[in-house]
Ligand binder design. Sequence first.
Ligand SMILES: NC(=O)c1ccc[n+]([C@@H]2O[C@H](COP(=O)([O-])OP(=O)(O)OC[C@H]3O[C@@H](n4cnc5c(N)ncnc54)[C@H](O)[C@@H]3O)[C@@H](O)[C@H]2O)c1
Length: 277
Amino acid sequence: MTDTPAKPVLLTGASGGLGRVLAKSLTEAGWTLRMTDIVPFPDAMPARASFTKADLNDGPTILRLAEGCGAIVHLGGVSTEHPFETILGPNIRGVFHVYEAARRERARVIFASSNHAIGFHERVESIGADTQFLPDGFYGLSKAYGELMGRLYWFKHGVESVAIRIGSSFPEPINARMLATWLSYGDLSRLVQRCVVTPKVGCTVIWGASANSAMTWWRDDARGALGWAPQDSADPFAGQLGAKVSDDPIEERYMGGGFCSIDYSRGAPAPRGLFED
Ligand SMILES: NC(=O)c1ccc[n+]([C@@H]2O[C@H](COP(=O)([O-])OP(=O)(O)OC[C@H]3O[C@@H](n4cnc5c(N)ncnc54)[C@H](O)[C@@H]3O)[C@@H](O)[C@H]2O)c1
Protein backbone atom coordinates (compact mmCIF):
# COMPACT_ATOMS: atom_id res chain seq x y z
CA MET A 1 0.00 0.00 0.00
CA THR A 2 3.03 2.27 0.30
CA ASP A 3 3.55 5.16 -2.05
CA THR A 4 7.10 6.01 -2.99
CA PRO A 5 8.10 9.65 -2.50
CA ALA A 6 9.05 11.47 -5.70
CA LYS A 7 12.17 12.99 -4.13
CA PRO A 8 14.89 11.49 -1.89
CA VAL A 9 14.32 11.56 1.86
CA LEU A 10 17.03 12.74 4.25
CA LEU A 11 17.29 10.48 7.33
CA THR A 12 19.27 11.92 10.26
CA GLY A 13 20.35 9.69 13.13
CA ALA A 14 20.56 6.86 10.59
CA SER A 15 23.13 4.89 12.64
CA GLY A 16 20.98 4.84 15.79
CA GLY A 17 18.49 2.24 16.94
CA LEU A 18 15.49 3.63 15.10
CA GLY A 19 17.54 4.96 12.19
CA ARG A 20 18.74 1.46 11.36
CA VAL A 21 15.18 0.15 11.53
CA LEU A 22 13.89 2.85 9.17
CA ALA A 23 16.89 2.56 6.85
CA LYS A 24 15.87 -1.05 6.28
CA SER A 25 12.09 -0.70 6.12
CA LEU A 26 11.99 2.47 3.99
CA THR A 27 14.49 1.21 1.43
CA GLU A 28 12.65 -2.12 1.30
CA ALA A 29 9.57 -0.07 0.45
CA GLY A 30 11.50 1.32 -2.52
CA TRP A 31 12.43 4.70 -1.07
CA THR A 32 15.62 6.56 -1.94
CA LEU A 33 17.37 7.61 1.28
CA ARG A 34 20.13 10.06 1.94
CA MET A 35 21.35 9.04 5.37
CA THR A 36 23.53 10.87 7.87
CA ASP A 37 24.85 10.48 11.42
CA ILE A 38 27.89 11.54 13.43
CA VAL A 39 29.00 7.88 13.69
CA PRO A 40 29.38 5.47 10.74
CA PHE A 41 26.41 3.49 9.48
CA PRO A 42 26.98 0.05 11.04
CA ASP A 43 25.00 -2.12 8.62
CA ALA A 44 25.38 -3.07 4.98
CA MET A 45 24.35 -0.13 2.81
CA PRO A 46 20.77 -0.72 1.65
CA ALA A 47 19.82 -0.36 -2.02
CA ARG A 48 18.96 3.21 -3.06
CA ALA A 49 20.68 4.62 0.06
CA SER A 50 23.79 6.73 0.58
CA PHE A 51 25.47 7.79 3.81
CA THR A 52 27.42 10.90 4.81
CA LYS A 53 29.03 11.26 8.22
CA ALA A 54 28.14 14.70 9.59
CA ASP A 55 27.54 16.60 12.81
CA LEU A 56 24.11 18.22 13.23
CA ASN A 57 26.02 21.25 14.55
CA ASP A 58 27.39 21.78 11.05
CA GLY A 59 24.70 23.89 9.40
CA PRO A 60 26.21 24.21 5.90
CA THR A 61 26.63 20.44 5.63
CA ILE A 62 23.04 19.80 6.73
CA LEU A 63 21.86 22.31 4.09
CA ARG A 64 23.92 20.56 1.44
CA LEU A 65 22.67 17.10 2.45
CA ALA A 66 19.06 18.26 2.20
CA GLU A 67 19.43 19.63 -1.33
CA GLY A 68 16.78 18.09 -3.57
CA CYS A 69 15.08 16.20 -0.72
CA GLY A 70 11.31 16.30 -0.31
CA ALA A 71 11.28 15.30 3.36
CA ILE A 72 13.65 15.13 6.32
CA VAL A 73 13.05 12.37 8.85
CA HIS A 74 14.90 13.85 11.80
CA LEU A 75 15.97 11.23 14.34
CA GLY A 76 19.48 12.49 15.07
CA GLY A 77 20.63 13.91 18.37
CA VAL A 78 21.05 13.06 22.03
CA SER A 79 18.28 10.58 22.81
CA THR A 80 18.39 10.33 26.61
CA GLU A 81 18.76 12.68 29.55
CA HIS A 82 22.10 14.53 29.73
CA PRO A 83 23.49 17.83 31.05
CA PHE A 84 22.19 20.88 29.20
CA GLU A 85 25.54 21.60 27.53
CA THR A 86 25.59 18.11 25.97
CA ILE A 87 22.11 18.53 24.55
CA LEU A 88 22.50 22.11 23.34
CA GLY A 89 24.45 21.45 20.13
CA PRO A 90 22.84 18.33 18.64
CA ASN A 91 19.25 18.93 19.79
CA ILE A 92 18.81 22.71 19.87
CA ARG A 93 21.20 24.01 17.23
CA GLY A 94 20.74 20.79 15.23
CA VAL A 95 16.96 21.09 14.98
CA PHE A 96 17.39 24.67 13.77
CA HIS A 97 19.71 23.48 11.00
CA VAL A 98 17.17 20.84 9.97
CA TYR A 99 14.29 23.31 9.80
CA GLU A 100 16.39 25.85 7.97
CA ALA A 101 17.26 23.18 5.39
CA ALA A 102 13.56 22.27 5.10
CA ARG A 103 12.68 25.92 4.50
CA ARG A 104 15.24 26.21 1.71
CA GLU A 105 14.09 22.98 0.03
CA ARG A 106 10.35 23.42 0.70
CA ALA A 107 10.70 20.01 2.33
CA ARG A 108 8.58 18.47 5.08
CA VAL A 109 10.04 17.54 8.48
CA ILE A 110 9.14 14.39 10.39
CA PHE A 111 10.50 15.10 13.86
CA ALA A 112 11.21 12.34 16.38
CA SER A 113 9.80 14.07 19.45
CA SER A 114 9.34 12.26 22.72
CA ASN A 115 6.94 11.54 25.54
CA HIS A 116 9.55 13.30 27.69
CA ALA A 117 8.30 16.64 26.30
CA ILE A 118 5.16 15.99 28.37
CA GLY A 119 6.73 13.66 30.95
CA PHE A 120 5.47 15.42 34.09
CA HIS A 121 1.83 14.77 33.24
CA GLU A 122 0.49 12.21 35.68
CA ARG A 123 -0.43 8.77 34.44
CA VAL A 124 -3.99 9.16 35.76
CA GLU A 125 -4.53 11.97 33.25
CA SER A 126 -5.80 11.64 29.70
CA ILE A 127 -4.20 14.31 27.52
CA GLY A 128 -4.77 15.42 23.94
CA ALA A 129 -1.96 16.19 21.51
CA ASP A 130 -2.51 19.91 22.19
CA THR A 131 -1.73 19.50 25.90
CA GLN A 132 0.77 21.80 27.57
CA PHE A 133 4.42 20.81 27.48
CA LEU A 134 5.68 19.51 30.84
CA PRO A 135 9.22 18.37 30.01
CA ASP A 136 10.85 16.03 32.51
CA GLY A 137 14.48 17.04 31.86
CA PHE A 138 16.78 18.89 29.48
CA TYR A 139 16.24 16.17 26.87
CA GLY A 140 12.45 16.54 27.02
CA LEU A 141 12.87 20.32 26.96
CA SER A 142 14.85 20.01 23.71
CA LYS A 143 12.01 17.97 22.20
CA ALA A 144 9.46 20.62 23.22
CA TYR A 145 11.74 23.19 21.60
CA GLY A 146 11.89 21.10 18.42
CA GLU A 147 8.10 20.91 18.30
CA LEU A 148 7.88 24.68 18.77
CA MET A 149 10.48 25.16 16.03
CA GLY A 150 8.05 23.28 13.78
CA ARG A 151 5.25 25.68 14.68
CA LEU A 152 7.43 28.71 13.98
CA TYR A 153 8.44 27.38 10.57
CA TRP A 154 4.83 26.45 9.73
CA PHE A 155 3.33 29.83 10.61
CA LYS A 156 6.18 31.92 9.26
CA HIS A 157 7.37 29.86 6.28
CA GLY A 158 4.71 27.24 5.53
CA VAL A 159 7.09 24.35 6.28
CA GLU A 160 4.97 21.29 7.02
CA SER A 161 5.92 19.00 9.90
CA VAL A 162 4.75 16.05 11.92
CA ALA A 163 6.14 15.65 15.43
CA ILE A 164 5.87 12.05 16.57
CA ARG A 165 5.87 11.95 20.38
CA ILE A 166 7.45 8.52 20.58
CA GLY A 167 6.70 6.49 23.68
CA SER A 168 9.14 3.54 23.83
CA SER A 169 10.22 2.12 20.49
CA PHE A 170 12.25 -1.03 21.06
CA PRO A 171 12.02 -4.60 19.76
CA GLU A 172 9.77 -5.55 22.69
CA PRO A 173 8.34 -3.87 25.80
CA ILE A 174 10.48 -4.63 28.86
CA ASN A 175 8.55 -3.26 31.86
CA ALA A 176 5.04 -2.38 33.03
CA ARG A 177 5.28 1.23 31.82
CA MET A 178 5.99 0.04 28.31
CA LEU A 179 2.73 -1.92 28.31
CA ALA A 180 1.32 1.58 27.73
CA THR A 181 4.11 3.39 25.88
CA TRP A 182 5.52 0.71 23.54
CA LEU A 183 5.60 1.56 19.83
CA SER A 184 6.50 -1.41 17.65
CA TYR A 185 9.03 -0.94 14.87
CA GLY A 186 6.35 -1.89 12.35
CA ASP A 187 3.91 0.73 13.62
CA LEU A 188 6.69 3.35 13.68
CA SER A 189 7.70 2.56 10.15
CA ARG A 190 4.15 2.66 8.81
CA LEU A 191 3.58 5.96 10.63
CA VAL A 192 6.70 7.56 9.17
CA GLN A 193 5.64 6.44 5.71
CA ARG A 194 2.20 8.01 6.11
CA CYS A 195 3.79 11.22 7.46
CA VAL A 196 5.90 11.54 4.31
CA VAL A 197 3.42 10.50 1.62
CA THR A 198 0.16 12.07 2.87
CA PRO A 199 -0.42 14.99 0.50
CA LYS A 200 -1.02 17.61 3.20
CA VAL A 201 -0.12 17.34 6.90
CA GLY A 202 0.14 20.97 8.03
CA CYS A 203 1.87 21.09 11.41
CA THR A 204 0.73 18.35 13.70
CA VAL A 205 1.61 16.08 16.61
CA ILE A 206 1.02 12.32 16.70
CA TRP A 207 1.26 10.12 19.77
CA GLY A 208 3.73 7.33 19.06
CA ALA A 209 2.34 4.24 20.78
CA SER A 210 1.01 0.95 19.47
CA ALA A 211 -2.56 -0.24 20.10
CA ASN A 212 -1.89 -1.01 23.76
CA SER A 213 -4.87 -1.47 26.11
CA ALA A 214 -2.85 0.15 28.91
CA MET A 215 -2.41 3.36 26.90
CA THR A 216 -5.18 5.41 28.51
CA TRP A 217 -2.95 8.51 28.80
CA TRP A 218 -2.89 9.87 25.24
CA ARG A 219 -5.79 10.77 22.94
CA ASP A 220 -6.92 13.09 20.16
CA ASP A 221 -4.33 13.48 17.46
CA ALA A 222 -4.48 13.72 13.67
CA ARG A 223 -3.75 10.05 12.88
CA GLY A 224 -7.03 9.70 11.00
CA ALA A 225 -6.03 12.45 8.57
CA LEU A 226 -2.71 10.68 8.03
CA GLY A 227 -4.42 7.36 7.40
CA TRP A 228 -2.44 5.68 10.19
CA ALA A 229 -3.63 3.40 12.94
CA PRO A 230 -1.30 1.17 14.97
CA GLN A 231 -1.56 -2.53 14.17
CA ASP A 232 0.60 -4.03 16.92
CA SER A 233 0.06 -4.20 20.67
CA ALA A 234 2.00 -4.71 23.89
CA ASP A 235 -0.97 -6.62 25.34
CA PRO A 236 0.51 -10.10 24.84
CA PHE A 237 3.33 -9.07 27.22
CA ALA A 238 0.96 -8.03 30.04
CA GLY A 239 1.23 -11.33 31.88
CA GLN A 240 5.01 -11.30 32.11
CA LEU A 241 5.50 -7.53 32.60
CA GLY A 242 2.48 -6.34 34.61
CA ALA A 243 4.36 -6.57 37.92
CA LYS A 244 7.60 -5.12 36.59
CA VAL A 245 7.34 -1.74 38.32
CA SER A 246 9.97 0.24 40.22
CA ASP A 247 9.88 1.15 43.91
CA ASP A 248 10.27 4.85 43.03
CA PRO A 249 6.99 6.77 43.55
CA ILE A 250 8.08 9.63 41.26
CA GLU A 251 8.91 7.27 38.41
CA GLU A 252 5.59 5.47 38.79
CA ARG A 253 3.48 8.64 39.15
CA TYR A 254 4.39 10.39 35.92
CA MET A 255 4.21 9.54 32.23
CA GLY A 256 7.94 10.16 31.76
CA GLY A 257 8.81 7.38 34.21
CA GLY A 258 12.45 7.16 35.30
CA PHE A 259 13.50 10.35 33.48
CA CYS A 260 11.34 12.28 36.00
CA SER A 261 13.44 10.98 38.88
CA ILE A 262 16.80 12.02 37.44
CA ASP A 263 18.13 14.90 39.58
CA TYR A 264 14.68 15.25 41.19
CA SER A 265 15.17 17.53 44.20
CA ARG A 266 11.69 18.84 44.85
CA GLY A 267 10.70 16.63 47.76
CA ALA A 268 6.93 16.18 47.55
CA PRO A 269 5.45 15.71 44.07
CA ALA A 270 4.21 18.85 42.32
CA PRO A 271 0.47 19.55 42.38
CA ARG A 272 -1.43 18.97 39.14
CA GLY A 273 -1.83 22.69 38.42
CA LEU A 274 1.30 24.67 37.67
CA PHE A 275 0.70 27.50 40.11
CA GLU A 276 -0.60 25.82 43.25
CA ASP A 277 1.55 25.28 46.34
N1 LIG B 1 13.70 4.80 20.91
C1 LIG B 1 12.75 5.39 21.59
O1 LIG B 1 12.00 4.75 22.31
C2 LIG B 1 12.54 6.87 21.49
C3 LIG B 1 11.57 7.46 22.32
C4 LIG B 1 11.34 8.83 22.20
C5 LIG B 1 12.04 9.58 21.28
N2 LIG B 1 13.00 8.97 20.51
C6 LIG B 1 13.75 9.82 19.59
O2 LIG B 1 13.89 9.14 18.35
C7 LIG B 1 15.17 9.42 17.80
C8 LIG B 1 15.90 8.11 17.52
O3 LIG B 1 15.98 7.40 18.72
P1 LIG B 1 16.99 6.17 18.90
O4 LIG B 1 16.40 5.31 19.96
O5 LIG B 1 17.29 5.61 17.57
O6 LIG B 1 18.26 6.94 19.50
P2 LIG B 1 19.81 6.67 19.22
O7 LIG B 1 20.55 7.34 20.31
O8 LIG B 1 20.05 5.21 19.02
O9 LIG B 1 20.06 7.42 17.84
C9 LIG B 1 20.34 8.80 17.76
C10 LIG B 1 21.43 8.99 16.73
O10 LIG B 1 21.75 10.38 16.66
C11 LIG B 1 23.15 10.47 16.44
N3 LIG B 1 23.68 11.75 16.89
C12 LIG B 1 23.90 12.16 18.16
N4 LIG B 1 24.50 13.37 18.16
C13 LIG B 1 24.65 13.73 16.87
C14 LIG B 1 25.22 14.86 16.23
N5 LIG B 1 25.75 15.88 16.94
N6 LIG B 1 25.23 14.91 14.89
C15 LIG B 1 24.70 13.89 14.16
N7 LIG B 1 24.15 12.78 14.70
C16 LIG B 1 24.13 12.70 16.05
C17 LIG B 1 23.75 9.33 17.23
O11 LIG B 1 25.04 8.99 16.76
C18 LIG B 1 22.72 8.23 17.06
O12 LIG B 1 23.07 7.34 16.02
C19 LIG B 1 15.89 10.32 18.78
O13 LIG B 1 15.74 11.67 18.37
C20 LIG B 1 15.17 10.08 20.07
O14 LIG B 1 15.24 11.20 20.93
C21 LIG B 1 13.27 7.65 20.61
